[in-house]
Write a protein that binds this ligand. Structure first.
Ligand code: CTP
Ligand code: MG
Length: 228
């Protein structure tokens, strides 16, 4: 099934602490947004890419992504991540019958096989996301005290790309906005409608780069791959 990818890159990257928005920082000489978008450009099921960037970066982003054959549009994002996703959704053709993928530009090490497995699972279940198991024991902590230990076997960390049939995602977003809800990922909006969300195996490499330490990890990781 064909897929259209919305890559959200409109955040400020406050925790990264740099002047330039995070998605435009370079990892081994290539901006995070270009790295992430290139993986989708190379994925066989992906037929179109929509990038969502800060308004001030529209020009630079269009120039940066111009070489990608599947680029469809570059649009300005919104206040919250979900507002940026909504701006991206305006670029999906009405009645699009494939899978809509939403991916964080802050996860530049996503690869084609992960993209394809999300598309396949979303085509079948209507909604799918990659997850990775948690390595630490997880506690619920309130006011400096441990309240309980959660069953790690049932917990997983959610990644992107998250994939959905357009009707499923559009309905979920409509309802979330009607309920004035802030969601931290798309699946959260879909889950609350009672729709099944399939979980596929994510990748430890597909980490979200949040802090300067994360960026340093990714630099080292890429060097390790090149050396191998
Ligand atoms: N994002 C977006 N629009 C927003 C906020 C976030 O498109 N209004 C995007 C970011 O660009 C990023 C992804 O959502 O690719 C995940 O968000 P996060 O890692 O939190 O990035 P930032 O919000 O930029 O970082 P911070 O929270 O540290 O400011
Ligand atoms: Mg953020």
């Amino acid at each position: 099934m064909q897929a259209l990818a919305i890559i959200v890159a409109a955040g400020r990257g406050e925790r990264m602490g740099t002047e330039r928005p995070k998605a435009f920082l370079e990892l081994a000489g290539e901006p995070l947004l270009l790295r992430a978008a290139s993986a989708f450009d190379a994925a066989p099921s992906v037929t179109g890419i929509v990038a969502v960037v800060p308004r001030s970066e529209l020009g630079p982003a269009r120039a940066l992504l111009a070489p990608l054959g599947k680029l469809r549009a570059v649009v300005a994002g919104g206040e919250r991540r979900q507002d940026s996703v909504r701006e991206g959704l305006t670029q999906v053709p009405h009645g699009f019958a494939g899978v809509v993928l939403v991916h964080d530009a802050a996860r530049p090490l996503v690869d084609v096989s992960l993209i394809e497995s999300v598309v396949a699972a979303a085509a079948e279940a209507g909604a799918a996301l990659p997850v990775v198991p948690l390595v630490d024991t997880v506690k619920r902590v309130r006011a400096g005290r441990v309240v309980e230990t959660l069953d790690r076997g049932e917990l997983a960390a959610a990644q992107t790309p998250q994939g959905f049939r357009l009707d499923v995602l559009a309905a979920a977003y409509e309802q979330a906005y009607r309920d004035q809800l802030t969601v931290t990922d798309e699946a959260m909006a879909v889950e609350r409608l009672g729709h099944v969300v399939a979980a596929v195996a994510g990748s430890p490499d597909n980490r979200k780069l949040t802090t300067p330490e994360d960026l340093a990890w990714a630099e080292g990781h890429l060097k390790g791959i090149l050396r191998a």
